[in-house]
Design a protein around this ligand. Structure first.
Ligand SMILES: C[S@@+](CC[C@H](N)C(=O)[O-])C[C@H]1O[C@@H](n2cnc3c(N)ncnc32)[C@H](O)[C@@H]1O
Length: 299
C-alpha cells in the first residue's frame, strides 16, 4: 500500500487539481488537496472500508470524493456551527448531493467529539480507510480528532490533515506521532504563511495547491517508513498561557481583547518575557511556517 500512496500523492502534486471541474462544488480546500483525497480514496477503499471527514462546510471535499467512488460510503461530520451565518450549509450539502445524484453520502450533524466517540453507530462494522481532518483547528481538537479515530482505522489507513501551516496544528500532529509510533508522517507541504496573508499571485497558486499546508500520516502496519515529524517550536509559552486563560475570571471574553494587541503591539511586546512565542508578522492567522518545505516526502 505504501508505494500506491506515494504514487497517488505524487500524481496529485503534479496535477492541475480536482479530477472533474464541477461547477456544483465550491469550498475552502485547495485543488490538489481535493485531488489527493480522490486519489487515495480510489486506491484504498472498498465495500468494507469507508471515507470519514471532520469539517464538511458546503461539501467540496466530501462530495468530490463521493463522486469518484463506486462501492464505498463517505461520512462527513460537521455541527454546522462555523462559517454558516445564515444556517444554510447543511441544506447546501443536501442539495448538491441530489444534484450530483450521489447515493453514498452520509452526513453526521454533530460535534466531532460526540460523533467520533460513537462512530460505530454510524459506520457499523466498516473500518475507516481514509480520514480527512479539516474541522476545528485548536490544539486540543486537532489532537482529539487523531486520538478518537484510532479504534476505527483499517490497516494501512491514511490520514490527511488540512491547515498544517499553523504551528499548533503541527504540534498536535507531532504529539500524536510521537505517542503512536505505528503511525508515520508520509508527506508534508507548506506555504510561507496563511494564503490570506500572501500576495495575490502566490494566493492563486496556493488555491491550486494545498491552500494552507498539509500533513499526510499513514498507519504503517508493516513498519516500512522511518520516524519523521512536522517541524515545531520548542518554546511552550503559549500552551502555558492556556492554563492562565482557563483559570481566569472571564476566559470566554479574552478573545475579544485580542484586536487591542494589534493596536498596542509595541507596548504589549515589551511586556512579553519570551519574545520568540509572540513575534507574529501579521494581525491575524500567523502560521510560523516561513521556512518550512514544499512537497516533502518521507522516503
Ligand atoms: C474549513 S471548513 C471545512 C471545509 C471543507 N472540507 C470543504 O471542502 O470546503 C471547517 C468546518 O468545520 C466545522 N467545525 C468546526 N468545529 C467543529 C466541531 N467542533 N464539530 C464539528 N464540526 C466543526 C465547521 O462548521 C466548518 O464547516
Amino acid at each position: 500500500m505504501t508505494e500506491t500512496y506515494y504514487k497517488a500523492i505524487k500524481e496529485a502534486v503534479e496535477s492541475e487539481g480536482i479530477i472533474t471541474d464541477d461547477k456544483v462544488l465550491t469550498g475552502f480546500s485547495g485543488h490538489r488537496m481535493v485531488r489527493l483525497l480522490q486519489n487515495v480514496a480510489k486506491a484504498r477503499l472498498d465495500e468494507n472500508t469507508c471515507y470519514v471527514e471532520v469539517g464538511v462546510f458546503q461539501g467540496l471535499t466530501l462530495l468530490s470524493v463521493a463522486k469518484e467512488l463506486d462501492n464505498a460510503q463517505v461520512y462527513g461530520i460537521d455541527n454546522f456551527a462555523f462559517f454558516d451565518r445564515e444556517g444554510k450549509n447543511l441544506s447546501i450539502v443536501n442539495e448538491r448531493t441530489q444534484k450530483l445524484n450521489l447515493s453514498n453520502v452520509n452526513l453526521i450533524n454533530q460535534d466531532y467529539e460526540d460523533a467520533l466517540e460513537n462512530l460505530s453507530q454510524h459506520i457499523g462494522a466498516k473500518k475507516v480507510g481514509v480520514y480527512f481532518v479539516d474541522g476545528p483547528h485548536d490544539y486540543r481538537s486537532q489532537l482529539m480528532c487523531l486520538e478518537l479515530i484510532k479504534p476505527f482505522l483499517a490497516d494501512h489507513a491514511i490520514i490527511i490533515i488540512d491547515d498544517c501551516n499553523y504551528r499548533h496544528v503541527r504540534q498536535a500532529n507531532r504529539d500524536f506521532l510521537f505517542n503512536n509510533k505505528e503511525f508515520k508522517l508520509m508527506f508534508q507541504s507548506y506555504t510561507r504563511c496563511h494564503p490570506l496573508n500572501l500576495n495575490a499571485e502566490e494566493r492563486k497558486e496556493a488555491e491550486k495547491d494545498f491552500w494552507n499546508g498539509v500533513n499526510v500520516i499513514v498507519k504503517d502496519s508493516d513498519n516500512k517508513l522511518k520516524e519523521a515529524y512536522p517541524p515545531t517550536h520548542r518554546d511552550r509559552t503559549l500552551y502555558e498561557n492556556e492554563h492562565i486563560i482557563q483559570t481566569s475570571k472571564h476566559p470566554d471574553a479574552i478573545v475579544h481583547l485580542l484586536p487591542l494587541s494589534n493596536a498596542f503591539g509595541g507596548l504589549l511586546k515589551s511586556l512579553s518575557k519570551k519574545k520568540a512565542a509572540t513575534a507574529g508578522a501579521f494581525n491575524m492567522m500567523n502560521t510560523y511556517s516561513d521556512e518550512l518545505p514544499k512537497n516533502n516526502f518521507n522516503e
